[in-house]
Design a protein around this ligand. Sequence first.
Ligand SMILES: [Zn+2]
Ligand SMILES: [Zn+2]
Length: 369
Amino acid sequence: MADTGRLVAFYGAGEPMRIEEYPVPEPEPGAIVVRTTLANVCGSDLHVWRGDQDLKKMGRALPRHLGHEQCGVVHRLGEGVTTDSAGAPLAPGDRVIFRYAFACGRCRACLTGRSRCCPNQMRHTATPCNVWPYFKGAWGDYSYLPAGHVVLKVPDALSDGMVAGINCAFATVMCGLDMARVQLGETVVVQGAGGLGIFATATARELGAGRVIVVDGVQERLDLAAAFGADELIDLREIKTPEQRAQRVRDLTDGWGADVVVEVAGVIGAMNEGLQMLGNGGRLVEIGNIVAGTTFDLAPTTLNQRNVSILGIGYYEAAHLQRSLDLMLRQRERYPFDRVVSDVFPLEEVENVLAEQNRGHITRAALKP
Ligand SMILES: [Zn+2]
Ligand SMILES: [Zn+2]
């Protein structure tokens, strides 16, 4: 009799989630089974749970093993796996993080070195979680990493609470700021100081931004942004309109505006506001608005007359996972990475934890199997 593990099965918005038990899969050649030690609740999980990203309407496979931001230890290695993706020896018991999407290596995007654009990278979610290898998400006891995964060993100096946010939040904003080609001394505005915004603030700082401005309306988040290197905070409670906030950015930049705005607020109004904040030649990195069908009005002259660009970023390259881990290790004394996860709960409380984070009573929750 094979051993079993639990996972959180999502049946659609409004339906109670269930904790179900499935056999722990035997890894195929090139695959890895990871035992999850901590899994975060990402903003996009909330979109799915609330139903504004409605998996049922989108025709996605249900039930789904929910969650995608996590860390764990190697449980079983498939035949032929002896090292992590950077070449370090890998053995059962080693702590790891990994890319939660699995680029196919056999499409035009993969062929041209842009695996973040691979249309097949989420194919493991094409079947429900009651189909082998069952463990296709983060909230549960195990995760199955098919062949072609990107996995990195975690140094002992970094705790689970520190690294659990790397494989979605940190690596994605690292990718966004990389694609925006932040130059030394530029002004970067970060819209939203949740997990992504906090990591974006530190990354902008490390990339040599001259000034980092963070916008949010929750005191705890603003305080954390300051601890992560923000020079200026724009408090939504004090500066109430998008026009006033854009003016505030210009006031802070000799009237010019920001060079880069990173949208990780996940509200559609932030896009127009971000465009208003940009100076000529500026780049808006769009990450946060992931709900299908959300739109806003845009005059193309906002872009072409001022050489302003919008860069859409979803997922990231393997290098961004590694750079995020390296940055965290190198600068662990400078930034309080251990404060990014605000609260840890047992897996069984998942339903309640989502409801509470949705109400804003919890800032950034993690689940411990
Ligand atoms: Zn995420
Ligand atoms: Zn591909």
